[in-house]
Design a protein around this ligand. Structure first.
Ligand SMILES: [Fe+2]
Length: 251
């Protein structure tokens, strides 16, 4: 299985604090059946240099983790470096944005603001698609409080939707997830693991629930989508992209 959202790199963001915790997280994720993990440390780009310093920290942390893994004979899963890019403003203008893509792919993991969305934020995602990025919207289940028009405008763009594993077993989210599944609006899942306490690896728990509620084919579909992203292939999906493209918010 693929884990498409994680914060296991030590000391880069609010994820793993030490490499010991990183190894525990990776071990637990692999025991849960994960073979491929996207490393998606948080990046908050308010200016171009924020991206450069993030990349420098992230890459150094990964290099160090690989060295420590080799020292202790820890066999790492397949890992790709990426980032969870928060839309802080019009990030499309930053020249280094390209380096935040999921390693060797056209895909980029985007974290939408939790504050009320505006036309500008949807425009920014649209601009990314025009620039050749393929945005993946991180943990979309968290955005359900936003205005329906904005959510529908986002779905109408050429984006993929990622859901966190926990959303499949939190009772209050069942209705939302059922509805999204019905409309084929879930393309990828990820643990979004941050530690070994309150945000630990949990893909296996979600996988069991997906199989039980939606069937084996659904889990296979999510896994094949992840495989396609990993290999920079197009995903053949259908969703409720029924909204006419009447020029999104003036664009
Ligand atoms: Fe995250």
């Amino acid at each position: 299985m693929y884990d498409m959202h994680s914060h296991f790199l030590p000391g880069v963001d609010d994820g793993a604090k030490t490499s010991d915790i990183s190894f525990k997280m990776l071990e637990a994720d692999m025991q849960a059946g994960v073979t491929h993990i996207l490393s998606t440390s948080h990046c908050y780009p308010y200016k171009n240099s924020d991206i450069e310093s993030f990349l420098s920290d992230r890459n150094a942390a990964y290099k160090k983790l690989k060295e420590k893994a080799s020292e202790r004979n820890f066999i790492l899963p397949d890992i790709k470096l990426a980032s969870e890019v928060h839309i802080t403003c019009d990030i499309s203008k930053f020249s280094s944005l390209d380096k935040l893509r999921i390693q060797d792919t056209r895909y980029i993991l985007i974290e939408m603001p939790s504050s009320p969305w505006s036309e500008k934020v949807i425009d920014t995602v649209y601009k990314l698609t025009v620039m050749g990025f393929k945005p993946i919207i991180a943990h979309m289940e968290r955005n359900q409080h936003q205005k329906r028009d904005f959510i529908n405008s986002l779905y109408d763009l050429d984006v993929l939707i990622q859901i966190n594993a926990e959303a499949f077993y939190i009772a209050q989210l069942k209705k939302t997830i059922d509805e999204m599944m019905k409309n084929k609006l879930i393309h990828l899942i990820g643990s979004d693991m941050h530690n070994m306490e309150n945000r630990k690896p949990n893909i296996d728990r979600a996988a069991k629930m997906i199989k039980k509620r939606y069937g084996n084919e659904c889990l296979a579909y999510l896994n094949s989508n992840a495989c396609a992203v990993w290999n920079d292939e197009e995903i053949r999906y259908s969703s409720m992209r029924s909204f006419k493209k009447k020029g999104l918010f003036g664009l």
